[in-house]
Write a protein that binds this ligand. Structure first.
Ligand SMILES: O=C(COP(=O)(O)O)N(O)CCCCOP(=O)(O)O
Ligand SMILES: [Ca+2]
Ligand code: NA
Ligand SMILES: [Zn+2]
Length: 313
């Protein structure tokens, strides 16, 4: 069934596991996610960035939002696992409103680049509107920067979440789930040195807010996927993600939603490169997208098990 993200995350919060939030831009990744959730008897959270909504709507954001709601809601009605649809990194009020009106389960208002007071004000505005329409809300505190050994301490201190601010933020905004910056960053090149997240800081945010917490920039960039892509011509030198055991650790300290996009993109392109080089005569997209979809599905199945949400449907 098509459910509200809050329902999925409240149970995860209570039972100490995490649910991956998986980004889509097209039909194929959605199919891979649904299949993974069904095969693992697991809830799944589908999320679309503002760029994805523009992409699907061919520039028309209302059309894009409606298209994603109808695709996700239709697939969700067809399976017996909980599925929700979320706006990732919402910054543009028009896009957030279009998504709420189209029927999204939840929205992120990302005002984390602004000073604390403005982040509170922006978030509060969205929370009031969204809650009046039964839509749940995610917000972010701190900025996504890797904790680099050589970067001066005060600069990454300034970027990471302040746990006391998080408590105040939760109280003042009524936000349903919170993304505390603890040292991750988006994309495939997250760390120059050792991957390190600030778990002490994360635990303080959890203890002070009690909210379901979101880890952004959580892709692992699995070594085998990176190698497969490079074997068939990709140049992913220096790509490094969050190791699986660190993801599992973050769940112990209170992470319940794990945003994952890069790992899906890497799996798809690695498998597509391999398929195309081995099948020079193929030109049916239902054929050349089939094995990439399979690999994305299997990467998601493994992540569902790692985060402890298999068999939680
Ligand atoms: O935190 C994450 C996941 O980050 P990761 O998968 O790169 O680690 N996300 O929020 C996904 C970010 C998606 C960005 O989409 P656009 O390119 O359309 O703007
Ligand atoms: Ca942000
Ligand atoms: Na999000
Ligand atoms: Zn993110």
């Amino acid at each position: 069934p098509y459910v509200n993200t809050k329902e999925i995350l409240e149970r995860a919060n209570k039972e100490f596991y995490a649910v991956p939030a998986l980004n889509i831009n097209n039909l194929e990744f959605l199919q891979a996610i649904i299949d993974a959730g069904v095969e693992e008897h697991s809830p799944v959270i589908i999320e679309t960035s503002e760029g994805a909504i523009k992409y699907a709507g061919n520039g028309d954001i209302k059309l894009g939002a409606k298209l994603f709601v109808s695709m996700v809601e239709s697939y969700a009605r067809n399976v017996d696992i909980p599925v929700s649809l979320h706006v990732d990194h919402g910054k543009n009020f028009k896009i957030i409103m279009a998504a709420i009106q189209a029927g999204y389960s939840s929205v992120m208002i990302d005002a984390s680049e602004f000073p604390f007071e403005k982040n509170v004000a922006e978030t509060k505005k969205i929370v009031e509107i969204a809650h009046s329409l039964g839509v749940s809300v995610e917000a972010e505190l701190g900025r996504l920067v890797g904790i680099e050994d050589n970067v001066a301490v005060e600069s990454h201190e300034a970027a990471l979440v302040d746990p006391d601010e998080a408590k105040l933020f939760a109280e003042e905004t009524g936000v349903d789930f919170l993304a505390p910056a603890i040292g991750t960053s988006h994309g495939a090149f997250k760390f120059k040195g050792e991957a390190r997240l600030d778990f002490a800081r994360l635990k303080k945010v959890k203890d002070l807010t009690g909210l379901p917490l979101v880890l952004h920039g959580a892709s692992s960039v699995p070594e085998d996927i990176k190698k497969l892509a490079e074997t068939y011509g990709a140049d992913f030198k220096g790509a490094k993600g969050v190791p699986g055991e660190i993801l599992a650790e973050s769940v112990k300290f209170g992470i319940n939603k794990v945003n994952t996009d890069t790992d899906l993109r890497m799996a798809f392109i690695a498998s597509l490169r391999e398929f195309l080089s081995k099948n020079p005569g193929e030109f049916d997209p239902r054929k050349y997208f089939k094995t990439p979809k399979e690999l994305v599905k299997n990467v998601i199945r493994e992540r569902l098990r790692l985060l402890g949400c298999s068999n939680k449907a």
